[in-house]
Design a protein around this ligand. Structure first.
Ligand SMILES: [Zn+2]
Length: 84
């Protein structure tokens, strides 16, 4: 005959089982947009993020926040991108 344990010993285990959180790996869609992180920390993604300065034959694209020139190869891609 098994004696009934005192109540203070009656602690059912796994009352709060460890919750297993399945963290799915974030699968991001392929990034089709080109972005450029400026030295000031701004992310340039659209042409609106840049200002164009016509100097000589080719325009120079600059960060609209700090006016740091954006590399032309990057600016060429970004200037075709529009948030719409
Ligand atoms: Zn900048």
């Amino acid at each position: 005959m098994t004696p009934t344990p005192p109540w203070h010993c009656f602690r059912p285990r796994n009352r709060h089982p460890r919750r297993v959180t399945v963290t799915s790996v974030a699968v991001e869609p392929p990034d089709v947009t080109s972005t450029h992180t400026c030295t000031c920390g701004a992310t340039l993604r659209y042409r609106q993020d840049m200002v164009r300065e016509q100097s000589g034959v080719y325009p120079t694209w600059k960060c609209k926040d700090c006016l740091t020139p954006v590399p032309s190869t990057v600016a060429e891609r970004i200037k075709h991108q529009d948030p719409s």
